[in-house]
Write a protein that binds this ligand. Structure first.
Ligand SMILES: [Zn+2]
Length: 502
């Protein structure tokens, strides 16, 4: 790719975020090219640098991860990125950074939230990334505006499942504006975090031409679960039970630590946080971030991180929030004195086994889907966003390609403009006021990471379908996805007919 052959304009390229059939390893390039009679100037930023979870499926022995190929944006004189903007701290948006550093690459300054920085520092420690190898980190918060050459980036809050989740409003001199949502739903009931700012978005509406949108939850009807509803359901489930109540939470979704704690507090049940190292790691970061559970409890309940020395002081009907793999001996839990409220459908299958072995009764997300907090907008969220932003063009990301292709009929019916063509990893697009133009198409690769003597080594592997292989065996199938969109469309048509009759 040569900048001098490109017209003035804003260019966008997904590097890992528009994968064939599995999601992960998000990273996106934004470049503004200004061509004049005497030359040209290119300004590039990257948004996110995640890792691809299902790296085993790419077939390299002893692989530790796979990352999107951003090497050109680190080394080329024309497209060298000025910064990497981080939407949030989840591994599929953040963890590529450490592998690039361990492979000896120098990264541009990182821009992200305070919580994201804390998580990254933890990663630096785990991987042994020395301070001299760490790129500068610019801490930003909602409302901050940054200038990277010709690109202006405003930080917007996003309702998601961890602290400091952001979206970005990216604008440039030719007047094209993009709202990069990050992982996001519209829910305005988030605890201790600023929700997606619908008022600000409304103000920006006339300047937003494209929404690079998190379509992870788009196959579901209605609105994404509200945190307040998860809290209400969990509180009710706790208050109905007088036993030791085990509440497993998904480790990286730290908002559920809080929701579970607040629900127990509302029911005046003592709380024990009990889990694996990963869980305690997140807990201490939350604390460092400024959430103090003892302070929140104010003498109303007892709180313990880990099993307290004197468990008897906790009575017989406390709540255990965590990611334990063994619920046995420590709590003397059995069918007569314990129960489970499982807040994550997939993560805790092994625990179901634990519960089963001891005959401990439990409810889970199959009984109460609301229990599983959700950080991604459903179709309803996007219908509302479409109204707020006065029908911009949506460029879906964070979903397999078949999701984008199979939602077009429904999208058209509800007036959601999905940009053509379906964006693919490593294809470059110019974003013009009136649409998206594909300007180049190169096959995408993943860089599979293996560690040799504490150094990361990259192996290039062509991107290919990975469903059914490697670690992530269960994925949402293309057939099921098509079916769900067809049902949604059918229901809407029926409703319209019904309304016409009434
Ligand atoms: Zn996320």
């Amino acid at each position: 790719m040569r900048a001098q052959h490109l017209d003035t304009g804003l260019y966008w390229r997904p590097l890992g975020g528009n994968n064939i059939d599995q999601i992960s390893g998000h990273s996106f390039q934004y470049t503004y090219i200004d061509t004049t009679a005497t030359g040209y100037k290119a300004d590039t930023i990257i948004v996110d640098l995640g890792k691809f979870d299902n790296h085993q499926a790419l077939g390299i022995k002893n692989s530790a991860a796979a990352v999107p190929d951003i090497r050109e944006l680190l080394q080329s004189s024309e497209f060298k990125a000025k910064a990497i903007f981080l939407t949030h701290s989840h591994p599929d948006h953040l963890n590529g950074i450490v592998h690039y550093l361990k492979a000896g690459f120098k990264l541009p300054p990182l821009v992200g939230g305070r919580y994201t920085r804390l998580i990254l520092q933890e990663l630096y420690q785990t991987f042994g990334v020395l301070p001299a190898q760490q790129p500068p980190f610019v801490v930003v918060t909602e409302g901050n505006v940054m200038q990277c050459g010709a690109l202006t980036i405003e930080v917007l809050p996003a309702s998601h499942t961890c602290f400091d989740s952001f979206g970005f409003y990216i604008s440039c001199p030719n007047g094209v504006g993009v709202y990069h949502t990050g992982d996001m739903k519209l829910d305005d009931s988030t605890y201790f975090r600023r929700p997606t700012d619908q008022k600000r978005l409304q103000k920006l509406a006339s300047q937003i031409d494209f929404v690079v949108a998190d379509f992870c939850g788009i196959c579901a009807e209605g609105f994404a679960v509200r945190e307040a509803d998860t809290f209400k359901t969990l509180s009710a489930a706790i208050s109905e039970r007088r036993r030791k109540i085990f509440v497993p939470v998904y480790p990286t979704h730290t908002e559920m630590y809080l929701v579970a704690f607040l629900a127990a507090l509302k029911c005046r049940r003592n709380v024990i946080f009990y889990g694996d190292d990963n869980f305690y790691g997140y807990l201490s970061i939350i604390k460092e971030y400024g959430i103090d559970f003892s302070k929140l409890a104010r003498d109303r309940i007892k709180v313990s991180i880990g099993i307290p020395e004197d468990l008897s002081g906790f009575g017989s009907d406390y709540v255990i929030v965590g990611t334990y793999n063994d619920i046995g001996g420590n709590f003397a839990a059995d069918a007569s004195n314990a129960c489970g409220i499982i807040t994550s459908g997939s993560y805790f299958n092994p625990l179901r086994g634990q519960f089963n072995i001891r005959g401990i009764p439990f409810v889970d997300v199959k009984d109460f889907p609301v229990l599983q907090g959700c950080g991604h907008g459903f179709i309803g969220d996007y219908e509302r966003l479409n109204r707020i932003l006065a029908q911009p063009k949506f460029i879906p990301m964070h979903c397999p390609l078949y999701v984008i292709d199979s939602c077009r009929a429904l999208a058209q019916y509800i007036g959601l403009k999905i940009a053509e063509p379906t964006a693919r990893n490593n294809h470059l697009y110019r974003l013009d006021k009136d649409g998206m133009v594909e300007v180049s198409a190169h096959p995408a690769v993943w860089l599979v990471v293996s560690y040799v003597n504490d150094e990361a080594v990259f192996t290039e592997v062509w991107q290919r379908p990975t469903s059914g292989h490697g670690f992530l065996k269960r994925t949402f199938s293309a057939r099921r996805c098509r079916r769900m969109f067809r049902i949604m469309l059918y229901r809407r048509r029926q409703k319209e007919k019904q309304n016409a009759r009434d």
